[in-house]
Write a protein that binds this ligand. Structure first.
Ligand SMILES: *Cc1c(COP(=O)(O)O)cnc(C)c1O
Length: 454
């Protein structure tokens, strides 16, 4: 029953690197606001649960990833925001305004980008099982890069491009045998997962030979994505080493020097005060340094580097506001665990149930001087695993009607939301000092009923 988190000295303090940049607790009233917008008013106006997104920070993060890689490479790298972290028209517009590209992996994500008027040439599409329809949609729209993931797809895409009278630029997804998650990476010889062509098994080389024979496909380079929530670049170092060695092999055996190397995304963010992510400038310098060194050793020209951050842009910008409902203390052999139920749960944040993800939460509608109590924040769904925050300290005077917020829910929150138990999905509210406005509206019960057509 012991907690994995220590008792914080002061529950009212919000760790600056965990919460969105515009979030503050008023020293007078104890109420939390974002850019001056009181959470109680946001809850009143938009309802709860709600994802509240700091638009200033979101744009800042897009900009700092771009400038970090521009500076590290004399503007010869490309940043593609991974739309699967969180995508809507407003985000697409911010990317376009900041000159950052977009990575999509389905026809649905592509449709959002195209409807928002995004330049298709600045879009990259990946995915292990893109349908005939999705590939056709991408080719016809003029998507800049398609990442090939299987032999069947090579043939399928070549046919579609030829039919459309186009030459499609492509990357080959390579499985480098490195898996990185959080603080560790594992380099293995066997690659037991569904994505890409195996480097060790020789499929990657065979894929390149096949693509090179097809006039409707134009091979630009390699694509690799080694994991998620990564806090150091050692996994990338091993991946870059294997990829550059492979580029040498491709040069020697196929007489082509591939001009592009996509290292994927996966950079970590702070979900708790203990997490200490690297700044984009540091990541850019380290990644570029690693590839440059490998290329020099191998006598290769430096390829154009592509990175695909999703979580590291969207994640820290957003908090989810919930209203507290039932509070239930359970006695466990002398230790009390208090279950605090909120008006959402696994339908708006599946990550805790899915990956044992750890989050930080706080009482935000007032300050409290009450003693801390160890709680488990749970949702309203009919599952024991419907946990939002496994172990949290909240003030012992917490009461139904209070508002609590969970930090760093901007990535894989709304984008992975479901209608489980026919719960409508929450809205996304974008906040600036001037305004708070919906960028994704709340789903209604009517929306849900409209799908039921018997
Ligand atoms: C998921 C994914 C990303 C983004 O990962 P983050 O952890 O959000 O940075 C980038 N590229 C590919 C191919 C992915 O599958």
């Amino acid at each position: 029953m012991s907690s994995t988190v220590g008792i914080p000295a002061d529950l009212n303090v919000l760790a600056a690197h965990v919460w969105p940049a515009g979030v503050q607790r008023s020293p007078d009233t104890g109420v939390v606001s974002m850019h001056g917008h009181d959470v109680r008013e946001l809850a009143e106006q938009f309802g709860t649960p709600a994802y509240v997104l700091d638009e200033i920070e979101f744009r800042d993060r897009i900009r700092s990833w771009k400038s970090a890689f521009d500076e590290a490479t004399n503007s010869t790298a490309s940043v593609y925001y991974a739309g699967k972290a969180f995508l809507c028209s407003a985000v697409v517009r911010w990317l376009a305004q900041e000159g950052v590209n977009l990575d999509v992996c389905t026809g649905g994500e592509l449709a959002v980008a195209l409807r928002a008027g995004f330049d298709p040439a600045a879009i990259l599409m990946h995915g292990n099982n893109k349908s005939q329809g999705e590939l056709t949609q991408a080719v016809e729209a003029g998507v800049g890069l398609i990442v090939l993931d299987s032999f069947e797809e090579i043939a399928r895409l070549a046919h579609i491009a030829a039919q459309a009278g186009k030459v499609q630029a492509v990357l080959i997804r390579v499985t480098v045998g490195v898996e990185a998650h959080t603080h560790e990476y594992i380099a293995t010889a066997h690659e037991d997962q569904k994505f890409g062509f195996s480097l060790a098994g020789g499929q990657a080389l065979e894929a390149i030979k096949r693509v090179n024979k097809l006039s409707a496909l134009s091979l630009q380079g390699l694509h690799s994505h080694i994991g998620s929530q990564i806090f150091n670049t050692s996994g990338f170092e091993v991946a870059a080493h294997r990829l550059t060695q492979f580029l040498v092999q491709v040069r020697d055996e196929c007489s082509v020097e591939l001009p592009m190397l996509d290292l994927g995304g996966g950079l970590g963010i702070a979900y708790t005060p203990d997490d200490d992510p690297l700044a984009p400038q540091v990541i850019a310098q380290q990644l570029i340094g690693i590839v440059a060194e490998q290329c020099q050793v191998s006598g290769l020209a430096m390829p154009r580097i592509v990175v695909e951050p999703g979580r590291a842009i969207a994640g820290p910008t957003t908090m989810t506001i919930y209203q507290v409902g039932t509070i239930k203390p359970i006695d466990l052999d002398g230790i009390t665990r208090t279950f605090v139920s909120v008006d959402g749960g696994m339908s708006d944040n599946i990550r805790t149930a899915l990956y044992d993800a750890v989050y930080t939460c706080s009482l935000v509608s007032r300050a409290s001087a009450a003693e801390p109590m160890l709680v488990r924040v749970v949702g309203k769904h009919c599952e024991t695993g419907d946990i939002v925050v496994r172990d949290a300290w909240l003030p012992s005077d917490l009461a139904p009607g209070d508002l609590i917020a969970v930090a760093a829910t901007g990535a894989y929150g709304r984008s992975m939301a479901s209608n489980y138990n026919h719960v409508p999905r929450p809205p996304v509210v974008a906040v600036t000092p001037d305004a708070s406005r919906l960028i994704v509206r709340r789903e209604s019960v009517e929306d849900i009923l409209a799908l039921d057509v018997d």
